[in-house]
Write a new protein. Structure first.
Length: 439
């Protein structure tokens, strides 16, 4: 019994069906029970036995329509067949042969009109319900004025039984129908509410992204302008010094050229980050992995970039275990990750220690860039690898970067099959780790 009920629910009350389709299936099953029950009762009690064949015909028709609608999906056609064949043909015949208005048929008329109101909408509903009411009203008047054409029940007891059975059957059928309809409505309401909340959350997220983008554009325009201003200023003053060869200070010129080079490197990094994010979002960031060695990449990156990046008089320590195995990676992109991590460490450390280390933790190589700088607040750590995320300087000041560096690093490392994470305590420095699988 339980399996049969589950089968019926899965086949005829599936949530993938629309509301009217499920409601039709419920009413069709109710119609099967009503017709077969009334026909059987008529035969058992010998009350209105002439109506029994029509009741069973209605049962077979309901079964056929239920199966056809399930197989074809043509529910609208099945609605109309039910209304015309059952409600406007079978019901009037049963009314005439089964006791007229001195029985349960007026209750079934109510059932028919309610079914029509549920199944049809707009003009169709008003037209068909109007036709049904006209036919049923006409039948009652016909039975009243021409009683000789009606097959009445032979005993009062038969009338009582028919009314009781009709009351129970119609009440249960309509009650079950209303219950299912309300449940379906509640389900749809919950789904709509869930969708509304999800949409609201997405709108909040989109607004947040839009706000971050606006802030990002403002920050980038400012950050791009800053190194250009510095470079322009030092270039002009250096030019003025060069025009006075008698008082030319070589060390001062060298210092200024170093600062210009440093700002140019910072500008190049920021522009590169913006371009990389665009490539990432468009799926155009290409990795070109080859057999390479992490220690060589680290030494090359530090030798090329650290003297330019380090403006805060930090000391650098490189600690790489000897004999590290090769990795299958894009050396340019891995160098970019290391430079980004060193750049972050330098910005947040003044007269401190920057350590770049690498060791084997089979089956990965673990690289770490640590600093003794200001650290990161605990509430910022979960968001540190998000796009446009900017770290907080000590004293509440804002980072002067683009907020894209660590986001890009995460993408590159994960594209290589590695992982990246951060450990930091405010005021105690920061450790940034990433892994690369060995060959």
């Amino acid at each position: 019994m339980k399996k049969a009920l589950q089968f019926i629910i899965n086949k005829f009350l599936n949530k993938q069906l629309n509301l009217r389709a499920r409601l039709f299936n419920v009413l069709a099953m109710a119609g099967i029970l009503v017709s077969s029950g009334v026909g059987t009762l008529a035969l058992i009690t010998d009350a209105g036995a002439e109506a029994a064949p029509f009741c069973y015909l209605s049962t077979l028709l309901s079964i056929g329509l239920l199966y056809y609608s399930y197989r074809s999906g043509k529910y609208q056609l099945c609605y109309m067949i039910t209304i015309i064949a059952v409600f406007l043909v079978v019901f009037p015949v049963v009314f005439i042969t089964g006791g007229g208005f001195r029985g349960s048929m007026p209750m079934y008329f109510v059932f028919a009109v309610v079914f029509t109101a549920f199944m049809l909408d707009g003009k169709k509903m008003f037209v068909m319900a109007g036709i049904e009411l006209s036919v049923y009203t006409g039948l009652c008047l016909f039975a009243y004025f021409f009683p000789q054409y009606i097959i009445w029940y032979k005993a009062e007891w038969n009338v009582v039984i028919d009314i009781i059975v009709g009351l129970i059957v119609v009440s249960v059928s309509l009650g079950a129908t209303m219950s299912v309809q309300l449940r379906l409505y509640d389900e749809q309401h919950r789904e709509l509410e869930k969708a509304r909340k999800q949409l609201a959350a997405e709108n909040v997220a989109l607004e947040q992204i839009n706000r971050l983008k606006t802030e990002f554009l403002g920050n980038v325009s400012h950050e791009l302008k800053t190194p250009l201003t510095v470079m322009s200023g030092y270039a002009q003053t250096t030019k003025q010094l060069a025009q006075q060869p008698d008082t030319l200070d070589g060390e001062e010129v060298s210092r200024r050229m170093t600062l210009i080079s440093s700002e140019a490197e910072r500008l190049s990094l920021m522009v590169g980050q913006v371009l990389d994010v665009t490539r990432m979002e468009e799926g155009r960031m290409v990795m070109e992995p080859v057999r390479c060695y992490v220690d060589e990449i680290i030494h090359a990156a530090v030798e090329t970039h650290y003297p330019i990046l380090n403006k805060n008089q930090n000391r650098l320590n490189i600690s790489i275990k000897s004999g590290l195995p090769a990795v299958h990676a894009d050396p340019v992109r891995i160098s970019q990750v290391i430079v980004n991590l060193i750049s972050n460490a330098v910005r947040f450390t003044s007269k401190g220690l920057i350590t770049v280390s690498a060791r084997l933790e089979d089956p990965h190589i673990l690289v770490c860039v640590s600093d003794t700088g200001v650290g990161i607040a605990a509430d910022r750590l979960p968001h540190i690898f998000e796009r446009y995320s900017k770290k907080q300087k000590s004293g509440g000041g804002q980072d002067t970067g683009t907020g894209l560096g660590l986001y890009i690093c995460k993408h590159i490392v994960e594209q290589h099959g590695g992982t990246i994470w951060i450990e930091s305590k405010e005021g105690q420095g920061t450790d940034l780790f990433f892994t690369l699988p060995v060959l």
